[in-house]
Design a binder for this molecule. Structure first.
Ligand code: ADP
Ligand code: 5GP
Length: 253
């Protein structure tokens, strides 16, 4: 595609959708691929806005007719990106952003190695739990089993961070949004020679600091909090406990 393909993945509840929606307010020319899913709409979600919601039989038909660039089963439901999203972004001369899980990320990278991949991390398990719970409350449903399922998958998903070029730790929202914006602008600058004007040096520095190879110092405490040993990838028991130092900086729960 003419534009840049961005893949963004994160454990559920890390704030990926929030970051993407903020980015789209700040930066023009980035399309968002609306995925297909067999899960039911949540809260205020509308068909055709957050997702295209569909039945399993129809999703299977779409798999059989090779509608999808990638698809995966996540938390017992199917999710997929239609190839048409790429065609539409290409026709408009826009970049395209895919919010997909780590399985989908691997499929897309295999087909399109030039894609820019970004992994978003919550600062620690306790903050992740609070964000998932707050989101559920805001949507008017708290299903403990679903919360637990998403939390217990988080460490497994985080272990895949090594496959991503950029790492964002979403603690302070404004800072994480600025980092995501810097990554998009820096990639446009390097790949398309697009001007980023007077802010260029700072933007390039912010983006470079988010490259996985430069983000090890910020990554280490997050991996430790999630029980992941950065050296060998092994996992230990998780702590979703009440250590006040792990509170969300923007949360009063
Ligand atoms: P995801 O798309 O990764 O599943 P969401 O974007 O739905 O996650 O965010 C989960 C919850 O966390 C939402 O209630 C959102 O408002 C909140 N949230 C996101 N980022 C932050 C942040 N940096 N600080 C505090 N709360 C956040
Ligand atoms: P949620 O149900 O919270 O909206 O999303 C659950 C997970 O599915 C998230 O990790 C999200 O990134 C992922 N997801 C959403 N759309 C797609 C998609 O089209 N393909 C894949 N592989 N994962 C997706």
């Amino acid at each position: 595609m003419a534009g840049i393909l961005f893949i963004i993945s994160a454990p559920s509840g890390s704030g990926k959708s929030t970051l993407v929606s903020e980015l789209r307010k700040q930066v023009s020319g980035v399309d968002f691929a609306i995925s297909w899913t067999t899960r039911s709409p949540r809260g205020s979600e509308e068909n055709g806005r957050e997702y295209n919601f569909t039945a399993r039989a129809e999703f299977q038909r779409m798999i059989d007719t090779e509608v999808f660039l990638e698809y995966a089963e996540v938390f017992g439901n199917f999710y997929g990106t239609a190839r048409a999203s790429l065609d539409e972004a290409r026709a408009a001369g826009h970049d395209l952003l895919l919010d997909i899980d780590v399985q989908g990320g691997a499929q897309v990278r295999a087909k399109m190695p030039e894609a820019v991949s970004i992994f978003v991390l919550p600062p620690n398990p306790k903050v992740l739990r609070t964000r998932l719970r707050n989101r559920s409350r805001a949507e008017g449903v708290v299903v403990e089993a679903e919360l637990y399922r998403r939390l217990s998958e988080a460490s497994k998903e985080i272990e895949n961070y090594r496959q991503y070029g950029y790492i964002l730790v979403n603690d302070i929202l404004d800072r994480a949004v600025a980092q995501l914006e810097a990554i998009v602008l820096a990639e446009r600058f390097y790949r398309n020679g697009e001007s980023i004007a007077y802010r260029s040096r700072r933007v390039l520095e912010v983006a470079a600091a988010c490259l996985q190879m430069n983000a090890q110092d910020r990554l280490k405490p997050v991996l430790e909090a999630f029980g992941i040993d950065g050296s060998d990838g092994s996992q230990r028991q998780l702590d979703f406990g009440d250590d006040p130092s792990q509170d969300d900086p923007q949360d009063d729960d």
